[in-house]
Design a protein around this ligand. Structure first.
Ligand SMILES: Nc1nc2c(ncn2[C@@H]2O[C@H](COP(=O)(O)OP(=O)(O)OP(=O)(O)O)[C@@H](O)[C@H]2O)c(=O)[nH]1
Length: 204
């Protein structure tokens, strides 16, 4: 019997990868596509994954190397509801697909996340809040926050739609507006190095 809690994860993979110069989620890092590193950390904690890409061709491409039978969670591919507005669209689309109340958002270009990190972020889940957001520096929590390694409630969909209609597309603008629990990246439970993402060839 599966004893995992009903936890969802949304992986954002619909970016342009302009700085990297090639599609980041599918690029090979240590023998496997970058997104597969992220997927391989989720088995213990997650039972539903939504991978959000920006078009159908890209979804077909990813289906070739993401084999649902390799994981003990469901995998659903979704297409951005709104095109070319960045990660906010991926979060909106993903939240509309989840069947639980909260989802952990992860970017596809963050291959250093670990099972421990996923577990420790979910341990902070608290139904009094709409978002659980790790941050680096006590002096400036919002500015040093990691909004693409954070948990969000499905009930923020109306707030996202309002922000998008006002052309506010940065995720920190969303975090400011909702009830957010900030959690310190303390290098004990949450390790700084696990948040590192790869944007440019020189980051590898
Ligand atoms: N679904 C979806 N994900 C996105 C979109 N834009 C960015 N992302 C994802 O959000 C994460 C962070 O993206 P960035 O690195 O800031 O942007 P990028 O477009 O991937 O890369 P650059 O073109 O170099 O800025 C990555 O996992 C992207 O795949 C989008 O429009 N839709």
């Amino acid at each position: 019997m599966n004893s995992k809690k009903h936890h969802s994860c949304i992986i954002l993979c619909g970016g342009q990868s302009r700085r990297m110069g090639q599609d980041k989620g599918s690029m090979i890092i240590q023998d496997k596509p970058m997104i597969n590193h992220v997927l391989s950390t989720l088995n213990n904690e997650i039972n539903e994954v939504i991978i959000v890409l920006n078009n159908k061709d890209r979804i077909d491409k990813y289906k070739n190397f993401i084999k649902k039978e390799d994981y003990n969670f469901t995998v659903t591919f979704a297409e951005d509801e709104i095109k070319n507005i960045g990660p906010m669209s991926g979060i909106l689309t993903g939240l509309k697909h989840i069947t639980s109340n909260y989802a952990l958002i992860l970017p596809c270009d963050s291959p250093y996340v670990t099972e421990n990190l996923i577990e420790n972020i979910f341990n902070e889940l608290d139904s009094r809040y709409q978002a659980i957001v790790p941050y680096h520096d006590n002096e400036n929590r919002l500015k040093t926050s990691e909004p693409l390694h954070s948990i969000y409630s499905k009930n923020i969909i109306p707030e996202i739609e309002e922000l998008v209609s006002n052309d506010i597309l940065h995720i920190k603008g969303l975090i400011e507006k909702i009830d957010t629990k900030f959690i310190l990246i303390d290098n004990k439970k949450l390790l700084k190095k696990e948040f590192r993402n790869l944007n440019r060839p020189t980051d590898i």
